[in-house]
Ligand binder design. Structure first.
Ligand code: PMP
Length: 304
């Protein structure tokens, strides 16, 4: 169960958590066309800060643009509403969920002039895959479900309906006792996790899926930059499931999952079967930046 906070921003005003309801005939609830974000606010030595807020707001507007949903606020208004949501709820560290959706009005697939509605919630949310996962790594399985073909779903958008595919994949592997699913693209190359981007390390080179078939992860982008700053070569290149099996290290990145090592895939041990040195160095680099221990990326932090 999630941990409720006090208020949720809905269409310009704060309402009590328990009253943040919609009509059951809300268009997005039926057909899944909505755009959303997942953002984290971290508590650091200089107080609380939202990680890469402008990039998340940009992506929300891009997702809405792809979905042909016109957000009835500008980026500045949405940015301020996000910061205000964290403040009003007196949250120090939290997860923030902005959602842009098509409201009640016409039914049927053509949404016509239905109102576009916006909600922003924030609540305390610890490690998505668990503290143990961050420290020791997870067991993953390649999903029997294929990730989106680029002309079925436009993967630059973080669009609600796309996550049906992720939920199917996640449930399948959880039922079989694994922690996370890794999904292949329609050509059989590694695409992404259900809510994470995938990285492998082999012979000192960090490799991650190119942006053609995946969500443009903001954690992915941050980790690529942190790796390059540390002299680790990075290649954005397709790779196959067997290349993961023989990798020295594998990890996944995402706002929720942060930087989580993968110690086993499809019952094959990855590397030494525990988080490798590059994974752990990058995980530390990431947490040092988000908490302000490392002051080199202040531009990534929006103070609350
Ligand atoms: N891929 C998918 C499918 C996701 O849902 C997410 C989480 N937003 C990611 C990758 C990672 O993106 P980010 O690092 O921006 O959270």
């Amino acid at each position: 169960m999630m941990q409720p906070s006090e208020k949720i921003w809905m269409d310009g005003t704060f309402v009590n958590w328990a009253d943040a309801n919609v009509h059951v005939l809300t268009h997005s609830l039926h057909y899944g066309l909505a755009a959303f974000e997942g953002i984290r606010c971290y508590q650091g030595k200089n107080g609380s800060a939202i990680f890469r807020l402008p990039e998340h707001v940009d992506r929300l507007f891009e997702s809405a643009h792809i979905a042909m949903i016109r957000i009835p606020y500008d980026k500045k208004q949405v940015t301020e509403a996000i910061v205000e949501t964290v403040r009003v709820n007196k949250l120090e560290a939290c997860y923030i969920r902005p959602l842009v959706y098509i409201g009640y009005g016409a039914m049927g697939l053509y949404p016509g002039e239905n109102p576009i509605r916006v909600a922003i919630a924030a609540w305390r949310w610890g490690a998505y895959l668990g503290e143990e996962a961050l420290a020791s790594g997870i067991r993953a399985r390649v999903s029997s479900f294929t990730r989106h073909h680029v002309n079925v779903s436009m993967t630059r958008g973080k669009i609600s309906g796309y996550y049906v595919n992720s939920i199917l994949a996640k449930r399948e592997v959880k039922a079989d006792g694994y922690d996370e699913a890794i999904m292949l693209d329609p050509e059989g190359y590694v695409a992404e996790g259900t809510g994470e981007n995938v990285f492998i390390v082999r012979r000192g080179v960090l490799k991650t899926t190119p942006l053609t078939s995946i969500l443009e992860g903001i954690t992915r982008n941050s980790v690529i930059q942190l790796a390059r700053e540390r002299g680790i070569p990075v290649a954005e290149e397709r790779f196959t499931r067997d290349e993961m099996y023989v990798a020295d290290e594998v990890f996944v990145t995402g706002t929720a999952a942060e930087l989580t090592p993968v110690r086993e895939i499809d019952n094959r041990r990855i590397g030494a079967g525990k988080p490798g040195p590059i994974t752990m160095a990058l995980q530390k680099a990431f947490f040092d930046v988000v908490t302000g221990e490392d002051p080199s990326h202040q531009a990534w932090l929006t103070r609350v």
